[in-house]
Design a protein around this ligand. Structure first.
Ligand code: AMP
Length: 363
């Protein structure tokens, strides 16, 4: 007997989608579920989760609390995630109790930068050159192999530039590895890209595929500042980005929304940086600019419903509201579609909300 539950029928209206993680992504997923007549249950490791404010089905417990995970599974018809770093045995536990979408394999591959980049290359797609680093000697050797400026990244649990260091010589590289307390890492060649982009796409339980137009993304201090669609990608590059997402989704037998972060080279080459097995900050503009938002699309996919139409009916610029910028909510409310996430403390670098401005469709 398989130790993994699968979903044979769609979850009907009135059913419950469980979401692991109660941040803004969980909150926007829960709101989208409500619109479809589905309930959302949220599991979060802290009490004051932004998503708890929008649904009464909630459980606060550590992510490795096996008893609480089982209680949560009892509340749900299907379980999904707003973040990918749940411990592997917690994922396994949930998967034995209820259908989990996307599946374990997608989460496990994308939790580890080395396995993620190896997987991407195995599909014939391009990544920055990279080497595994698990000792000081390997750090020096990896720098000699990569040659030129590089970035040391911890294999696990890095986001928004955390667990990353730019290095320009072998001694730097060893020192950065020591600063990371010798956590298993990769050394990646520095890509002198023209700009960054991403593609947000969905695969349904029936194998159907739907991709949104890829935005250009601008980062500041390693945090997404704004997403612009259409950005500088040509039509051919946009189509190629969508086929990259399709190849990845199919190879993972993926169900749900995923995002692929890309570097666009000065020669137009698309280089895969990272896969996010979830809805993504660079897809927030789809709430206003598309017939079916990334959040609704993810709920549809994991609940076994038909995918919605990803067509874009407007140009859009999505701007994150970070830290103290949220204090200006009154003037922000006048200048576009304002989303605030209900976070009490406007800490430095914290994503407090976002603002989307629409313009008539140009291409
Ligand atoms: P990541 O956490 O891997 O998504 O990296 C965060 C940001 O750091 C990216 O969005 C890029 O702006 C920058 N970055 C990461 N890896 C590289 C690379 N190999 N070359 C140049 N810039 C990079």
């Amino acid at each position: 007997m398989s130790d993994v539950k699968t979903l044979s029928q769609p979850v009907p209206p009135g059913g419950t989608v469980g979401i692991i993680g109660g941040g803004q992504l969980g909150r926007m997923l829960a709101l989208a579920a409500a619109r479809l007549g589905l309930k959302a249950a949220i599991y979060n490791d802290e009490n004051d989760a932004p998503a708890f404010q929008v649904t009464s089905l909630q459980l606060a417990a550590p992510y490795d609390d096996q008893g609480a995970l089982a209680d949560f599974a009892d509340m749900c018809d299907v379980i999904t995630f707003e973040f990918e770093n749940l411990p592997a045995d917690a994922i396994a536990r949930l998967a034995r109790l209820k259908p989990v979408r996307p599946g374990r394999r997608a989460l496990e591959i994308t939790q580890d930068r080395f396995s993620e980049k190896s997987f991407v290359q195995s599909l014939g797609l391009t990544t920055a050159p990279f080497e595994a680093v698990s000792s000081a000697a390997e750090a020096a050797k990896a720098f000699a192999t990569i040659q030129g400026p590089a970035i040391l990244k911890t294999r696990r649990l890095g986001y928004d530039g955390k667990g990353q260091a730019k290095v320009t010589n072998a001694a730097d590289c060893v020192a950065a590895f020591e600063r990371f307390k010798q956590a298993p890492s990769i050394l990646e060649g520095f890509v002198d890209f023209a700009f960054e982009a991403s593609v947000v796409a969905a695969r349904g339980a029936d194998g159907g595929f739907a991709a949104y137009d890829p935005p250009e993304n601008i980062h500041e201090h390693h945090i997404l500042r704004r997403s612009i669609v259409p950005g500088r990608l040509s039509r051919a590059e946009a189509d190629e980005a969508k086929s990259i997402a399709k190849a990845i989704a199919e190879a993972l037998d993926y169900v749900g929304v995923l995002a692929v972060e890309l570097f666009v080279g000065k020669d137009g080459a698309l280089i895969v940086n990272e896969i996010a097995p979830r809805v993504h900050n660079s897809g927030h503009w789809t709430i206003e600019a598309c017939a079916c938002s990334q959040f609704e699309q993810h709920i549809r996919a994991v609940a076994g419903w038909p995918l919605g139409d990803p067509a874009r009916h407007a140009d859009a610029v999505m701007e994150n509201i970070i830290g103290a910028e949220a204090h200006a909510w009154e003037s922000l409310a006048r200048s576009g579609a304002l989303h605030l996430y209900g976070k009490r403390e406007a800490r430095l670098g914290r994503k407090m909300g976002h603002l989307t401005r629409l313009k008539p469709l140009t291409k």
